[in-house]
Design a protein around this ligand. Sequence first.
Ligand SMILES: [Ca+2]
Length: 388
Amino acid sequence: MKKRLLFIAIAGLFTSMASAADLYVRENGANGAYSTVSAAITAAANGDRIIIKPKNGAAAYVENLTVNKSLTFVSETTYQKYKLQGTIVVTPLAGRVVTIHNADASSITISGATTGGRTTLNVFNSILSFFDAVQINATANLSGCTVQNETNFSHGKFTGNILGSIYVGHTVDTSLATDDVEIIANIVTYGISNGQKNYTFKILNNFLPQSSINIWSVKNGSTNEITNNVVDTNNGGSGQFGECITINLETGNTGNISIYNNILAYGNDYIIYNYNSNATVSAYYNMSGVPFIVNNVANQGSNILGDFLINPNSHSVSGANVNAGSPAVEYTDLNLTRNDIGNLGGSNSWSNYWPADGGNRAQINYLNVPRRITTGATLNVSGSGFSK
Ligand SMILES: [Ca+2]
């Protein structure tokens, strides 16, 4: 009986291994491949990989994709994206994981009824005009992507992207994720807004050359971070008072927002404007180009007017911001000097996600490193990346 059980277990193992297949998609179905991505999806099973060869002359696969299985999509040609003239819609299902690498498509969305359990959508190194994953019980992780217009999601990690805007929408999740919303080292043209009440947020090291950060909701009782960002409203895209950070929580929604080491460059009348006392706001070691005037900030110190230069081409700031951030050890730069205010400073430094000699090498997707290490303690570092 024991032997038989063991045999069944081994047979099961082989069955699951055999099911992870690679399916190829090539122009005109060359060499026995599928000629459309849709045909490959239809033929695929959960866990399969669909390998798509970019067409000659950057021609597009003209089709709309519905992804209703756990699949991974990659390019067959190294460093080249496959073009899709059409939309990609992921159907949610508990436990479904869809990973899309190297797509050049009009949009990726999660859409459909959800009954419980989480759907995970990873999108890496892709070019899109629109991304929407505001869906109950959905986690979206986006890294190394360019999205021209809006990117909307309700939970996940956005790192090292060039985006039109980021909106974190509230959803009535029945299966809550256990980790935070993290928005790190992105270049964002039209602002970052949080309307999510389920999750604590971290907005770190982002570069917003002409727009602001807006907080409309927080998880009740949470402590949230806005740290080492560059926000310049000098060229428009600001709140009612020209402010770089707008906070306006509705009655009954309360939490803490810590604002540290940011370049908050302009602000017409105010730099930070908090409409009411529902959010307890703390602002320290931020630098502005004009007097640092705030509304309804409960705790503040060392916020200063400084002489700095924002370079929108190199996504960097130079001048008085260097070594002017919080001297606390948890904000120390990668070179172990005092924090540089702005997106190049701190342990979530820009250089992690935008390496100077990155070229076509693998790119970091996420890093989790301690901000403070005690002598004799264990140092735990985790990270992930993807191949281009
Ligand atoms: Ca420094």
